[in-house]
Design a protein around this ligand. Structure first.
Ligand code: ADP
Ligand code: MG
Length: 472
């Protein structure tokens, strides 16, 4: 988890959640069983082996040598076959990831599945993945059994050889009694057991090591550089100069954009779907450095700012705010220590104070905040940005899923905030809100079509005026 949390957001998102879940459950359990428990077992077996060996040497060094030789060859064969366990263990882990991925889909898409009556189809997919997984587990089991049987067989052959050689030595009068032979045949059990078990244990250990490195690969990504200590602040604002960007070559999404976001002011970005609003916002937040042109926080290029430091400066409000199953206050502070007065002051600005007083301080929000309304979740997100003293607040169509009244109130509250630069992507062309922004930026096909205050843009009778008129 430590490794996983050191990922930055974009490297975390590169892999599926199922891969992480599978690594942290299946793989870790397998390591626990095959690596940790077996290791202790191996120690006790080795102890038994060497203690027995000493007793045997005391009775008859020659017969001891014969005993050891008789187990050497079959042992080698079984050790070699043990390598296969490693491969099959990796395959089980792979299939498990696919299985967990379907589980994820069903749990996450429950409402959609019910709406479209897709239960039977989802079950069919799940059964298929389950079957694939069980077949791989069957392969693993059968290989493990083969390795075990081979080593047990070698054990029996060894025990029998010792009996035959021992008897011959007694008959030829080579200095041992039939009692010694009986003792050896019995002691062989304590030699054979470790030898019979060891190849399987070694194979499992190897397989577990392969899993450990696979898990490490999955969890580790491109970590953030550690903060250098010096915090950055925003004095002037954000300047965008000749910014162009493409996700795929030859398909530019943003084309030669130049803008200025002054400190403390509020900006609305509007434009039809696909015009590049979210892309622009993401670039401003430093999520992708493969752009041309400049994005300057004061005079610093965003791509050159340490991401940890950048995240101290900015805050993002998402459409789906993630709420932890903890108290409202913990959800605001993100489990960090803050002065209680400060928390309440922030809660008041985000219009959450009443909710906290009404439900009580220890009220739990439920899994992903299911006890809260969409608007209340948004307010928690606003409070989170305020408490961390962010200089810039980004919001991308955050109220799309809310009713008109709540949506209006949330945006209105954001526009009332002071000393914080607000960049709000919005699709709602509500006059009373639009009039409050310091500037409206209108995007069209990845270009800045118009900028200005509501009044200026209406008077201009251009693209914005057309959009606004249609929406009324
Ligand atoms: P908006 O937020 O204005 O609706 P976006 O910025 O999301 O627009 O998208 C602009 C264009 O970029 C669209 O054509 C979209 O298909 C494309 N796009 C968005 N995200 C990606 C992505 N991750 N990979 C490839 N193309 C993308
Ligand atoms: Mg968008």
């Amino acid at each position: 988890m430590q490794k996983l949390l050191s990922n930055n957001i974009s490297s975390f998102k590169k892999k599926e959640t199922a891969a992480y879940l599978s690594a942290l459950t299946n793989d870790v359990t397998s390591v626990e069983q095959n690596y940790l428990s077996d290791k202790l077992f191996a120690i006790s077996l080795s102890f038994m082996f060497f203690a027995t060996l000493i007793m045997m040497l005391v009775y008859s060094p020659l017969l001891t040598l014969i005993s050891l030789l008789s187990v050497a060859l079959p042992l080698l064969a079984s050790v070699l076959s043990g390598n296969k366990v490693q491969l099959v263990e990796k395959k089980v882990s792979e299939e498990n990831k696919n299985f967990v991925s379907v589980l994820n889909d069903i749990l996450g898409g429950f409402a959609v599945i019910k709406n479209f009556k897709a239960e039977a189809q989802m079950l069919k997919i799940l059964f298929k993945k389950n079957e694939d997984l069980e077949y791989k587990k069957f392969d693993r089991r059968s290989i493990q059994l083969k390795v075990q049987m081979l080593s047990q067989l070698s054990g029996l052959i060894a025990q029998f050889s010792v009996f035959v050689f021992g008897t011959a030595m007694v008959l030829k009068g080579m200095g041992i009694t039939s009692g010694t032979v009986m003792a050896f045949v019995n002691l062989m059990n304590s030699i054979i057991k470790p030898i019979a078990e060891m190849p399987a244990i070694i194979a499992n250990q190897k397989a577990a090591k392969a899993l450990i490195s696979k898990t490490a690969d999955i969890l580790s990504g491109q970590g953030n550089e550690k903060p250098t200590g010096e915090h950055i602040s925003l004095y002037e604002g954000i300047t965008v100069k000749n910014l162009s960007f493409a996700y795929e070559e030859n398909r530019p999404v943003l084309k030669d954009i130049s803008l200025k976001f002054e400190k403390g002011k509020s900006y609305a970005i509007i434009g039809s779907s696909g015009s590049g609003k979210s892309t622009l916002l993401n670039l401003l937040m430093g999520t992708d450095d493969n752009y041309t042109g400049d994005i300057l926080y004061d005079t610093k290029e965003v791509s050159s700012i340490n991401k940890d430091l950048l995240y101290e400066l900015i805050a993002v409000i998402q459409q789906n705010v993630f709420i932890f199953n903890a108290s409202i206050v913990d959800n605001i502070t993100m489990f960090q220590d803050f002065d209680k007065d400060k928390v309440m002051a922030v809660a008041e600005k985000a219009q959450l104070k009443e909710l906290i007083l009404e439900r009580g301080e220890n009220y739990m929000c439920g899994e992903n905040g299911k006890e809260l309304s969409g608007g209340e979740k948004q307010r928690i997100s606003i409070a989170r940005s305020l408490i961390k003293n962010a200089s810039v607040l980004f919001a991308d169509e955050i109220t799309a899923a809310l009713d008109a009244k709540t949506s209006f109130e949330i945006i209105n509250d954001i526009l009332k905030l002071e000393d914080i630069t607000r960049i709000v992507v919005t699709h709602s062309l509500e006059r009373s809100l639009l009039e409050k922004y310091d500037e409206i930026i209108v995007l069209k096909d990845g270009k800045v079509e118009e900028t200005g205050t509501f009044k200026e843009l209406i008077e201009k009778r251009g693209y914005f005026n057309a959009l606004y008129t249609i929406s009324q």
